[in-house]
Ligand binder design. Structure first.
Ligand SMILES: Cc1cc2nc3c(=O)[nH]c(=O)nc-3n(C[C@H](O)[C@H](O)[C@H](O)COP(=O)(O)OP(=O)(O)OC[C@H]3O[C@@H](n4cnc5c(N)ncnc54)[C@H](O)[C@@H]3O)c2cc1C
Length: 358
């Protein structure tokens, strides 16, 4: 029976990026995905590569900044290897802060003058005040995930799609593979990258939970109406180079429900028009909701579990697109038995892990 060095459970951006990193180190890798790769949270994301002390949890800041620095090379490599564009944009973000953040902000140096705001983004409403500028990038997560899928295939990663992993299997020596609803696969090592569903795979009950985010996608009246990502307390706007504009996002505890509701979409439209009046008649292209992998302390779960040869990389919550390159790098190190450059102790699975009673 065929076997692999590493089985990755879940083909979102985290599983795909890790598979590519492991293939580069010559590991034979199988991704087992219950649906189609890249169709869950990684498909629903906005793609802001947020690297800002106001929004990034302090314990995550070093990892977030390291990943943000890796992005140009990460995106370039995926574009070259897949032949697909991922729309990495480097114009930066304009922030409008709430009163509470405005008084305590660590962004004093980043205040943007009215004159520059009007020069950079003439379509922004004149009623918006106290803008700040942050040097951040954005990417199109759907294009990124599709490019990562193609790159993984080109590099020889194997895929099993459409069949759910129900359990990780063990022998006396440690991990022996996974069981799915139809069959089983053999491997020396297994990594759980199942996003919001990571806690559902026996035997470890990682405390991930789905955190729903609804989004709206408009068509800008002109492709260049907005250059920067705009974040305000009510909504954020993410322009894409093809003229789409994403408006998002809610943060809801709603279980595994992925429905959108009309009142939320109306609110998004209203907020978008308050920020940019020219969007009043913008065409609606689509709306959707996705499930972020949340954890009790808002930090990812990264590293080796208490079971030999069983690893986990999940719980990336609002930052999984940003954190994909650094996650792939540090997890490939851990799986190879090397010590990663970054300190992973704040993200250790041991801070939560309980064995499920068998
Ligand atoms: C509305 C919204 C906006 C967001 N905006 C941003 C943003 O601007 N910037 C940013 O960095 N991040 C953003 N995020 C967060 C980001 O999308 C996630 O953190 C990231 O996609 C997580 O990737 P993942 O691979 O862990 O999970 P997913 O993409 O959810 O992948 C997990 C995969 O595992 C599979 N799976 C689950 N269970 C099993 C099983 N038992 N067997 C086999 N396969 C299984 C699933 O089918 C899925 O394909 C946003 C998320 C949402 C919902």
């Amino acid at each position: 029976m065929k076997s692999w060095d590493v089985i990755i459970v879940g083909g979102g951006i985290i599983g795909l990026s890790l598979a590519i990193a492991l293939r580069k180190r010559d590991a034979r890798v199988l991704i087992v995905e219950r649906g189609e790769p890249g169709r869950e949270a990684s498909h629903a994301a906005g793609g802001m590569l947020v690297d800002c002390p106001l929004e990034t949890p302090p314990a995550l800041q070093l990892l977030a900044s390291a990943s943000a620095r890796m992005y140009p090379e990460f995106a370039h490599e995926l574009e070259v290897e897949s032949g697909m564009k991922v729309d990495l944009r480097s114009h930066g973000t304009i922030l409008f802060l709430s009163r509470e953040h405005l008084s305590s902000t660590q962004l004093r140096d980043a205040a943007l003058s009215r004159v520059l705001l009007e020069e950079w983004e003439p379509a922004i409403s004149r009623t918006m005040s106290d803008p700040f500028y942050v040097k951040e990038r954005s990417v199109d997560p759907r294009a990124l995930t599709a490019a990562a899928f193609k790159t993984a295939k080109n590099r020889g990663v194997d895929f099993s799609s459409g069949d759910l992993v129900t359990a990780v299997n063990f022998s006396d020596a440690g991990v022996s593979g996974v069981t799915t609803t139809k069959t089983s696969f053999l491997a020396a090592k297994v990594v759980n990258c199942a996003g919001a569903w990571a806690g559902e795979i026996a035997p470890h009950k990682f405390p991930t939970r789905p955190v729903k985010g609804q989004m709206l996608c408009l068509v800008m009246p002109s492709r260049t109406l907005l250059k920067h990502v705009i974040r305000s307390p009510k909504a954020y706007l993410i322009p894409r180079s093809d003229g789409r504009l994403l408006v998002g996002a809610t943060v809801e505890e709603a279980g595994f429900d992925k429905r959108t509701d009309p009142s939320t979409m109306k609110n998004f439209q209203k907020s978008a028009v308050e920020l940019v009046p020219e969007l009043a008649n913008a065409k609606i292209l689509e709306d959707w909701a996705g499930l972020r992998p949340g954890t009790p302390d808002g930090l990812p779960i990264l590293g080796a579990t208490s079971t030999p040869s069983y690893y986990v990389a999940t719980g990336h919550f609002r930052d999984g697109i940003l954190l994909a390159p650094i996650t792939a790098k540090v997890m490939a190190d851990v799986i190879e038995g090397r010590r990663p450059e970054q300190d992973l102790s704040p993200f250790s699975p041991q801070r939560f892990t309980q064995r499920l009673a068998s």
